[in-house]
Every structure is written in C-alpha cells, then in structure tokens.
Design a protein around this ligand. Structure first.
Ligand code: FAD
Ligand code: DHB
Length: 390
C-alpha cells in the first residue's frame, strides 16, 4: 500500500490530521490498532479551547459541536470555602471555551473520514516505522492477521504515549523531560444535571476536586486520590461524600447526586520528548508530550501539532520549500512548553501533595488570593486556559 502521509493512530490528532490533509487535497492512510467502538467510547478530555473550536469549524467538522456543545465564558475557583469566578471574554478580549467531549470529536471526525476521506483502517496495528531518515519511510503493520507495509512520503506518529512511532527516533538524538505527581484523578460520569453551570476547580486541605459536565444532564467529576488508587476501592456513596466536602462553601452551595455510570483513575504526569521530528517522521499529540489533566490541555495541544504539520506540508506543496517542515519541532515545542507550564502551575496550585508543609499550604492559598485580587494574575490564567495562539 502507498500513500503521501501515513498516519499512525486515530485519536483526535490522527483523525483531525487526516481531515486537514483531505481538505488540502493531500492523500493519507490512517492505521488504528483498536476497533471503532473503542475509539469512540474512550472517556477522556472534555474542554476545547477557542482555537480548537475554530479549527474544527474551518475543517467542516464543527456542525454537531455547534449544536450540542456548551460554550463556557468562565470557570469558578473555590478555596477556603469561598468562590471566585474568572470571566474569560472580559479578560481575553472575547475568548471562551467549549464543553464538547473528546468522544464526540472523534465520532464526528470518523464519520467524515469514512464518508469523504482516504482509508481509515481499524484493527491495524503499526509494528514499526522504518527508514525515517530516508526519503521513503515505511510503516510495517498488522491488519486482519496479515503483515503489510505502508509506503509513504511522510509518516506522522499520532499513536499516543505508548505508541511505536517515537521509538523510531534514535535514542542518542532524543531528550525526554518528565515529572510524575504522587497523586491521580478518580473520574466519574453521573446521570445528574451539573450542580453549577460552569466548571468548578476546588482546592481543599483534603485534596483537589473538579466539577465538569458532558451535557445538561450528565456530570463529570474528579477527585484527587493517592497515586495507585483502585477506582473500585471507592464506593459511590464515599465518592459523593468526599466531593461534597471538597466543594463546600460558606454560602450554602449544594452538590446534586445521581447514578454513577463510570469510574476510573488517571495518573498524572508531565512528559516532553524532543525533538518532535526525525527525517520524514513527525510526532504529534500524546506521542510527543503528556500534560497532567488540570487545565485540559492534552487534546488541544494535539490539535496544535497537526495544524502545524498540515500547514507546513501545504506550504511545501505550494512553494517547494521545506522551511516549515524543518521548523515543525521548534514551532510545536514553543506552544507545548507554554501548555506544560500552565498545566504544571494549575496542578501545583490546586492539588495537595502528600508531603505538603504548612508553609506550602499558605503559599498555595496566597497564589489563589493573588488570582482573585490582581487583574494581571487573573488575566494570565484566562489567557492560558482559553489557549495559546495556533
Ligand atoms: P490518543 O488519543 O492517545 O490516540 C492515539 C491513538 O493511537 C489511539 O487510538 C491508539 O489506540 C492508537 N495507537 C497506539 N499505538 C498504535 C499502534 N502501534 N498502531 C496503531 N494505532 C496505535 N486531556 C484533557 O484535556 N482532559 C482530560 O480529562 C483528560 N483525561 C485523560 C484520561 C486518560 C486516561 C488519558 C490517557 C488521557 C487524558 N487526557 C485528558 C489527555 C487527552 O485525552 C489526550 O491528550 C488526547 O487523547 C491526545 O490525543 P492523541 O490523538 O495525541 O492521542
Ligand atoms: C475536564 C477535564 C479537565 O482536565 C479539565 O481541566 C476540565 C474538564 C473534563 O473531562 O470535563
């Protein structure tokens, strides 16, 4: 099999890239190891930055998002039993975010790809990228019990943090920067209308909690839990009791309870692999970088990478110049490190480390006080949350 761009992975990065290339008249093949139902149901991110929303619309993939997504103009910060609203449009010159789940973004992009785009093979597991340093890279893969080879002009590894693409970059050329956190998030989906109309990020002495949503009748909530926690070790009643404690305010705010339909634990880590390109192999999304979920940057960063690649290849097609392909890694990494910084700051400001000292507790509270009293600090958060320029 032969194509211009071989894409490994049909998460948001791979699927959107295939759509952007299709719109630019460039052919691609997407290889995805899992089946369609798995990809469409994997519970993950829920918040789209303004730039991501704009890209999906421009790619012709925004119709259902515009109908069913929920535009949010702010978030609430909660600490010391008080509430503070951060007003995004007022602080950023009109920017906002959209609550629209990753599962739905993937469903929309898969439907478009199958209807209008090039081949998207489910159950096709990439085994290795070969010849990345040459003009004719190849992806060796297994599909329907048979091994095959996809011959490409370019390969883009959109295969997440456990994929094979990144391993094709020689170790001696690679640097990995990482940090793990001694806690994770226990996430639940519940059949109950959200208890607040915007997201609530709560810092509490017992740990962080987040109130989010998937629709006007489905809530998504998260609790900071110790690293290695088994989700099943928490009963439904214990989860609601703990959420209630962490969200409690002096003004009598109430948390609505409902049936929990899913429970899982996500570990928290930051990781960046540099560079994001070797020869004709490009890494995009989680294949190159992981952020802790606080601040919801993972999916949005993946979008930034593939927009950068599609733009660079389009430029190469129009002008014959490799300039933008050559600067792909640098261009992406500038934005990646801003998102890493933002996610790190949000994580460390809102979570309680198991070994936190009373001094560190006071500093956390002082950071939150500063946010609620200085417009410049609040503006910095609003700009980071709604997203860095693509
Ligand atoms: P992925 O979505 O991981 O897609 C990679 C795809 O490649 C997968 O479909 C995989 O099956 C496929 N693949 C892997 N190996 C191969 C192979 N060898 N051959 C073929 N296909 C392969 N972000 C937030 O902003 N908020 C959140 O609440 C949040 N929660 C998360 C929870 C979890 C458990 C995880 C893992 C991530 C979470 N994220 C969250 C991050 C966000 O979901 C990711 O940043 C986003 O999915 C990145 O998209 P991607 O396309 O780069 O990678
Ligand atoms: C969600 C996840 C996040 O990491 C976040 O900061 C906000 C919302 C969510 O899954 O809804």
């Amino acid at each position: 099999m032969r194509t211009t761009v071989g894409i490994i992975g049909a998460g948001p990065a791979g699927l959107l890239l295939a759509r952007l290339l299709h719109n630019a008249g460039i052919d691609s093949v997407v290889l995805e190891s899992r089946d369609r139902a798995y990809v469409e149901q994997r519970q993950r991110a829920g918040i789209l930055e303004q730039g991501t929303v704009d890209v999906l619309r421009a790619a012709g993939a925004g119709e259902r998002m515009d109908r069913e997504g929920l535009r949010h103009d702010g978030i609430e910060l909660r600490f010391a039993r008080r509430r503070h609203r951060v007003d995004f449009p007022a602080l950023t010159g009109g920017r906002s975010v959209m609550v629209y789940a990753q599962t739905e973004v993937c469903k929309d992009l898969i439907a478009l790809q199958l209807k209008e785009g090039g081949p998207l093979l489910f159950g096709a597991q990439a085994l290795a990228v070969e010849g990345a340093g040459t003009d004719s890279p190849r992806v060796r893969f297994r599909h329907e019990e048979r091994e095959d080879v996809l011959e490409c002009d370019y390969v883009v590894g959109c295969d997440g943090s456990w994929g094979v693409a990144r391993r094709a970059i020689p170790e001696e050329l690679t640097r990995v920067f990482e940090r793990t956190y001694p806690f994770g998030w226990l996430g639940i989906l519940a059949d109950v209308p959200p208890s607040h109309d915007e997201l609530v990020y709560a810092r509490h002495d017992r740990g962080f909690a987040l109130l989010s949503m998937r629709s006007p009748v489905v809530s998504r909530l998260y609790l900071q839990v110790p690293e290695g926690t088994d989700a099943e070790a928490w009963s439904d009643a214990e989860i609601w009791d703990e959420l209630e404690r962490r969200f409690e305010t002096d003004d009598g705010w109430r948390l609505r309870r409902g049936t929990i339909t899913s429970k899982s634990v996500t570990p928290m880590r930051s990781q960046v692999q540099e560079p994001m390109r070797y020869g004709r192999l490009f890494l995009a999304g989680d294949a190159a970088h992981i952020v802790p979920p606080t601040g919801a940057k993972g999916l949005n960063l993946a979008v930034g990478d593939v927009v950068t690649f599609a733009r660079a290849l389009g430029h190469q097609r129009e002008t014959g110049s490799d300039d933008l392909l050559d600067t792909y890694s640098e261009t992406c990494l500038r934005r990646v490190w801003q998102a890493e910084r933002f996610s790190y700051e949000m994580t460390t400001m809102l979570h309680r480390s198991p070994d936190a000292t009373p001094f560190e507790d006071r500093i956390q509270l002082a950071r939150l006080e500063r946010l609620t009293s200085a417009r410049s600090a609040e503006q910095d958060l609003a700009e980071g949350y709604t997203g860095f320029a693509l």
